[in-house]
Design a protein around this ligand. Structure first.
Ligand SMILES: N[C@@H](CCC[C@H](N)C(=O)O)C(=O)O
Length: 275
């Protein structure tokens, strides 16, 4: 079976985007992880599938991590999604309403080519993340291989843990991040962000993503880090989030408000793969 795809990225967090409106597809976990494989397949952090919406939204968008697991939300993917549906002539609407497994998001293409996304309202109740804790708190102590670390935990539609570090270059992203990703207190696993605060409007961030490992940037991770920083009175909105792949701007006015994310979305090439 041959499928057409488009390779895209948001700050180096890269995607294989597949039109499932004009192609009829049902891919197994093995086929998805083959597509994502950087040696034997195309290579990407996530696979994005563009589908017809069932309700009132313009589209439904499905997200699969490089390990083939389906997840609820992807910030950098949302920006690429709206660029894709416009470039492919699938809609002329702007903003576009997009259903995801975690609810509706609305990306808007800006005149300068950047994309702004209403990423929805963050959730903090442990059961909604999901995270095992007796009650909601600003930070939690987590035992990681005999060491106690402090994290914030919240959901941006997908689960996030955020750690504050003094030096982003020395943060144990690959080692400790991998242990927190699969920590038993996160029953659906978790994305783990390491944030260095530069000043009240600037942070540096690296994220060990659930199902993908460390990526060059994570959009929902950037939202989660800013929300955690604002809540602890360490940051003021808006915040520039500097990642290894470039910069995102995140705004959040506090509890019960949507998080807004602005950044680029880039098409790299189109192709066809035999599965
Ligand atoms: N790269 C994404 C997040 C993708 C999903 C994540 N790995 C998860 O498992 O929740 C982003 O830009 O938000």
């Amino acid at each position: 079976m041959k499928i057409k795809f488009t390779k895209m990225h948001g700050l180096g967090n890269d995607f294989v985007v597949i039109d499932c409106i004009n192609q009829t597809l049902s891919l197994s976990r093995k086929q998805l992880s083959f597509i994502a494989d950087r040696h034997f397949g195309i290579g990407c952090d996530q696979i994005l599938m563009v589908e017809k919406a069932s309700g009132n939204a313009d589209f439904f968008y499905r997200i699969f991590n490089a390990d083939g697991g389906e997840v609820e939300q992807c910030g950098n993917g949302a920006r690429c999604f709206v660029r894709y549906v416009h470039d492919q002539g699938l809609t002329l609407k702007n903003p576009v309403s997009v259903e995801t497994l975690s609810g509706l998001i609305t990306p808007t293409l800006q005149k300068n080519g950047e994309v702004t996304v209403d990423m929805g309202i963050p959730k903090f109740e442990p059961a909604e993340i999901p995270f095992v804790a007796d009650h909601r708190a600003l930070t939690y102590s987590l035992e990681v291989q005999g060491k106690t670390v402090q994290i914030s935990a919240l959901s941006m539609g997908n689960p996030h843990a955020v750690r504050i570090v003094g030096d982003i270059d020395k943060a144990p992203v690959g080692s400790e991040g991998a242990l927190i990703e699969t920590h038993p207190r996160f029953p659906k696993r978790v994305n783990v962000g390491y944030m260095q605060i530069i000043d009240r409007h600037n942070i540096q961030l690296r994220v060990f993503e659930r199902g993908a490992g460390e990526t060059l940037a994570c959009g929902t991770g950037a939202c989660a880090a800013v929300v955690a920083g604002v809540q602890q009175n360490l940051l003021d909105t808006p915040v520039s989030v500097n990642t290894r792949g470039g910069k995102l701007t995140i705004s959040w006015d506090g509890e019960n408000q949507s998080v807004w994310m602005t950044g680029p979305a880039v098409t790299v090439f189109e192709g066809e793969i035999n599965l």
